[in-house]
Design a protein around this ligand. Structure first.
Ligand code: AMP
Ligand code: MN
Ligand code: MN
Ligand code: MN
Length: 285
């Protein structure tokens, strides 16, 4: 069992727990090293770091940056970033800035499918309205009785080809990696297994092209053990890590007690030949 959880969300983005509650839950679940990786925002890191110090957990400043690559949305996790780095702060602000307008278009699309009044309902969920995203819409659609849970919402709505989906231009891959590297962090390709699943997903060849471009642009790691991967995918992405010389990361991608594929911590071990990302920072410390 791994005692590191290097990917999770608080209510600063689309998690349900405050940073303090999240850290307390991680501590209760035997996490020893925790990274908070909210989408496109670092506003929860100071609070989480303080809570982690109280619980005796090693805390890592993180972020998960939304990127548009070709026709796909890809997520890049930054670990050990400096949350005060001006280029990173400014870059994240730019990425967040389009969320409100996108939400208006999502609500229009749902209204066109006969579901009205969603924007006002969804806006009650994020702690910061500028962070409004698909998860908040999903929670409201459950509340409104359209679906039984958040997972079922994503089967019927909000994804490519379904009502409520609005294509969006996020950050640029090279830029996101350079903000992370420039702030002293390590860029990690988040949950690669999610890019090859579902409608209009990437083929394997395209995923390999993404890995090449990511590595050539200064990306250093890949999530091997992720809450959204199956055990065969742990082995598959460990192989890619070896092939591309990438460090291996792990994280639950926890969003909340009732919503996530996997709770905080207690992740299964890496396949045997993985180089954990934390070996790297032990040597640079
Ligand atoms: P956004 O950044 O607004 O596009 O929202 C993306 C978020 O939606 C992800 O970080 C997940 O939290 C959530 N999400 C996307 N697809 C699914 C899915 N199939 N099931 C559950 N949650 C999902
Ligand atoms: Mn999310
Ligand atoms: Mn993600
Ligand atoms: Mn995530």
């Amino acid at each position: 069992m791994l005692h590191h959880d290097l990917h999770c969300h608080s209510n600063v983005s689309d998690g349900t727990l405050t940073p303090t509650e999240l850290v307390a839950r991680a501590a209760a679940r035997e996490v020893k090293v925790l990274a908070l990786t909210d989408h496109d925002d670092v506003a929860g890191l100071a609070e989480a770091a303080q809570a982690a110090a109280q619980h005796g957990i090693e805390f890592i400043n993180g972020v998960e940056i939304s990127v548009s690559w070709r026709s796909h949305t890809v997520h890049i996790v930054g670990l050990r970033i400096d949350p005060l780095n001006p280029a990173l702060v400014e870059g994240l602000r730019g990425i967040r800035s389009g969320r409100r307008h996108r939400a208006e278009l999502m609500a229009e699309s749902l209204a066109g499918a006969g579901i009205g009044g969603v924007l006002a309902g969804a806006l009650r969920y994020p702690s910061n309205p500028d962070m409004i995203g698909r998860t908040h819409f999903a929670r409201y659609l459950v509340e409104a009785g359209q679906c039984k849970d958040v997972k079922s919402v994503f089967n019927r709505y909000l994804v490519k080809g379904k009502p409520g989906y609005v294509p969006h231009e996020w950050g640029n891959l090279q830029e996101a990696i350079s903000w992370i590297n420039g702030s002293g962090g390590i860029a990690v390709l988040a949950h690669p297994g999610r890019y090859t699943a579902g409608r209009k997903a990437m083929g394997k060849t395209t995923l390999l092209e993404l890995l090449k471009e990511f590595t050539d642009s200064g990306g250093r790691g890949i999530e091997v053990v992720s809450g959204s991967h199956t055990p065969p995918q742990f082995a598959e992405f460990a192989r890619y890590a070896r092939e591309f010389g990438l460090l291996c990361s792990c994280g639950s991608d926890f969003h909340g007690p009732d919503e996530s594929y996997r709770d905080l911590g207690r992740l299964p071990d890496f396949p045997l030949d993985c180089q954990p990302v934390w070996n790297h920072w032990k040597t640079v410390a």
